[in-house]
Ligand binder design. Structure first.
Ligand SMILES: *[C@@H]1O[C@H](CO)[C@@H](O)[C@H](O)[C@H]1NC(C)=O
Ligand SMILES: *[C@@H]1O[C@H](CO)[C@@H](O)[C@H](O)[C@H]1NC(C)=O
Length: 398
């Protein structure tokens, strides 16, 4: 029996590459990574506290390297003696680690994922990582302009530097980053125009809460055939959102709220358009509500609140909407007139507001009609009655 068990162990042992150890250069890089982090910020039960180099990082004992690393075994095959473990991912907990990212990280030549969100890392952003696919450094303390060397990360698919005090103009190198599918630079104090080119295969673009200015240009966005989500809220974008924008073939969600946009043009959708949600609230959009939006069959959420829109609510927004009806409709804070289309008020499914307009037949008892409509005086002033030259208006000319 004992001999049988022994043979069994030998057999299992020859299947698993028990001889593999972490590549010495990877161990050195991990040790340097930990050494560059302030010991005071490594709290007792955090992930990094368990990184004890008396164990092999990829083959640790029961209490060392409890988390943070993913490894892969390379080489060897049947000849286990030559098998080596390599680090492919570092993903740390949000324990408040403070420190810089050692340049020795570049020795981790198979590192594909580096995820360190919600800590206090600062200093240079690592850019000598040829295998890196995911770089998530959101909510840290990285400052200074985004280095142009980020463009050397040619395997990158996800880049999230959001919520860092980066500051600086948004760089122009994105057009060459053809693997990038998600780019999040929200709340990073970027300024200047949107870049001339964006990563051509981008699916998800988030640049919220910066100081980006200028217009939304066709040359920048038209090549982005995979773009599904565009989040540009809370910037200083101006000009018109033109008709081509809503026809981007994969577009699903658009958030352009809190900018200085002055107009929106919408044409009929093309076949297979999947637009689901549009937020254009808190801009300076003039003109009439774009009736053509009701032609987008998947569009269920529309916000145009707090703009300078006039005219009536198109009947297409109610019963005649193509595809699924609106479920969220925020049109409050404009100068809309006329009566509310039958069907909007009686729809039990609809959440939103038509309040703070110049509408008739919007009973304050109806949830959709809160807050109350503007006073007649405010509405008359807004429309410059009697053909007189309109005076500067507290809402329209803000
Ligand atoms: C690392 O582990 C060894 C063996 O378990 C232990 O003696 C040593 O104190 C540990 N080092 C640190 C820094 O915790
Ligand atoms: C837009 O601005 C309003 C008013 O200042 C604010 O309440 C809201 O949170 C902002 N929304 C976004 C998405 O920035």
């Amino acid at each position: 029996m004992a001999i049988l068990l022994h043979l069994l162990f030998l057999w299992v042992g020859s299947l698993a590459p028990a001889g593999a150890v972490t590549a010495p250069s990877d161990v050195a890089a991990l040790a340097a990574f930990k050494a560059a982090i302030s010991p005071a910020s490594i709290t007792p039960f955090s992930c990094l506290a368990s990184w004890n180099f008396s164990s092999d990082p990829c083959r640790p004992g029961p209490s060392h390297f409890l988390c943070g690393l993913t490894c892969t075994t390379t080489g060897g095959g049947a000849a286990t003696a030559t098998a080596t473990d390599r680090v492919t991912a570092i993903a740390l907990d949000p324990a408040g680690y403070s420190g810089t990212l050692t340049p020795l990280l570049s020795q981790l030549s198979l590192l594909a994922h580096l995820e360190l969100p919600n800590n206090a890392f600062h200093g240079p952003i690592p850019t000598s990582l040829p295998s890196l696919q995911t770089l998530i450094l959101s909510s840290n303390s990285f400052s200074g302009p985004i280095p142009s060397s980020v463009s050397k990360l040619t395997s990158l698919q996800i880049l999230d530097l959001s919520r860092n005090p980066l500051a600086g103009p948004i760089p122009q190198f994105w057009g060459s980053m053809s693997g990038l599918r998600r780019l999040d630079l929200s709340f990073t104090r970027l300024y200047g125009n949107l870049p001339r080119a964006l990563p051509p295969n981008l699916v998800n673009l988030a640049l919220r809460g910066n100081s980006l200015s200028g217009t939304i240009k066709r040359a920048t966005f038209a090549p982005l055939r995979a773009l599904e989500v565009v989040e540009l809220a809370a910037n200083r974008l101006e000009g018109k959102v033109e008709g081509w924008f809503f026809l981007l073939p994969s577009l699903q969600q658009v958030d352009l709220a809190n900018n200085s946009l002055s107009g929106v043009e919408v044409g009929p959708p093309s076949e297979g358009q999947q637009l689901v949600a549009v937020d254009l609230g808190f801009n300076r959009i003039e003109g009439q509500l774009p009736a053509a939006l009701a032609g987008f069959p998947s569009l269920v959420a529309l916000t145009l609140r707090h703009n300078r829109l006039r005219g009536t609510i198109p009947s297409e927004y109610a019963g005649a909407k193509k595809g699924v009806p609106f479920r969220r409709l925020f049109l409050d804070g404009n100068f809309l007139t006329g009566t509310v289309p039958a069907g909007l008020l009686s729809s039990g499914e609809l959440v939103g507001s038509l309040g703070d307009n110049c509408l008739e037949g919007c009973p304050s008892a109806a949830a959709l009609c809160s807050p109350p409509q503007k006073t007649e005086a405010v509405c008359k002033q807004g429309y410059g009655v009697d053909g007189r030259t309109r005076r500067p208006h507290p809402y329209l000319d803000r």
